[in-house]
Write a protein that binds this ligand. Structure first.
Ligand code: NAP
Length: 252
């Protein structure tokens, strides 16, 4: 399976690093010549195409990772074939906008995050296509959505990934301000979020029960949660999710 990449920017670079980490061969991956393409080819041995048409001609599967506003133009007029898959990571760009310009290739939407570099991206996909499984498995775990509307709502998670990092940074900076070594405070905050995620991911008990088991009446977790609720954390968080979903939906 030959992979091509159109749009070798920040996201694509992390994906390419994840693919190398998973053992994919750089000579099976062909990059478009813009952005980080030339540098990544020089550093890691990826093939560098002369233009986007050469990327499509050389590939069975093509990752599109240009900015959303550039997506249609980037795929238009290229030599797409039957049995090819165009895998778009462009946030908020519906399949209907890419299907015409990339016919007769099949269009699949994915939303990886930069943890692809670590093989740790929870990547949503719509519609699922068996041809892309080996690629998505190499960068993390795959979560297939049943409808494009669900895919759009699930895309908000890519922004939550950044908000979680902001909470980790806030926690680490607070710890350092209270005398912790900054490097230790960073690791402590980050690993605490990893642990919280793993418990909710790997245990089967209802999410509320897992949380309730931490909240001893009169204890520190309960007291802090009560303060966060008084400050309106839940409506603020859900409001941010709605804002992002509105932004994604207006790109249609
Ligand atoms: N960043 C993330 O964490 C993340 C996460 C999930 C999804 N995404 C999605 O991934 C896409 C890329 O985001 P990004 O942050 O990686 O953006 P970026 O760093 O700006 O990368 C976009 C790249 O596309 C290249 N490009 C633009 N038009 C092109 C064309 N016609 N042919 C070939 N290359 C072209 C640009 O090259 P030049 O520099 O030459 O213009 C640039 O290198 C976006 O649609 C975004 O929604 C990003």
């Amino acid at each position: 399976m030959k992979l091509g990449v159109i749009g070798v920017g920040h996201l694509a670079e992390t994906i390419l690093r994840g693919l190398l980490r998973a053992g994919l061969r750089p000579e099976d991956i062909c990059l478009s010549p813009r952005g980080h393409g030339p540098q990544m080819a020089k550093e890691h041995g990826f093939l560098l195409a002369d233009d986007n048409a050469a990327v499509v001609a050389a590939s069975d599967l093509v990752l599109l990772a240009v900015r959303p506003g550039d997506a249609e133009e980037a795929v238009n007029g290229l030599p797409w074939r039957e049995n090819q898959v165009l895998m778009s990571a462009c946030a908020g760009v519906p399949t209907a906008r890419l299907a015409g310009p990339s016919a007769p290739a099949r269009v699949v939407r994915i939303m990886p995050i930069t943890a692809s570099e670590l093989g740790a991206s929870p990547t949503i996909v719509y519609p699922m296509d068996p041809a892309i499984s080996p690629f998505l498995d190499a960068i993390g775990t795959t979560m297939a959505l049943d409808t494009e509307e669900q895919f759009e709502a699930a895309t908000v998670s890519a922004a939550i990934y950044g908000w979680a990092q902001d909470l980790i940074r806030t926690s680490a900076e607070w710890g350092a301000s209270r005398g912790l070594d900054p490097a230790l405070a960073r690791q402590l905050a980050a690993q605490t979020f990893v642990a919280a995620g793993r418990i909710q991911s790997e245990q089967e008990a209802p999410m509320g029960d897992i949380l309730a088991s931490l909240c001893t009446p009169g204890g520190i977790t309960a007291a802090g949660l009560e303060r966060l609720e008084q400050e309106g954390i839940h409506p603020a968080w859900k409001g941010a999710c709605e804002l992002v979903l509105d932004m994604l939906s207006t790109k249609k």
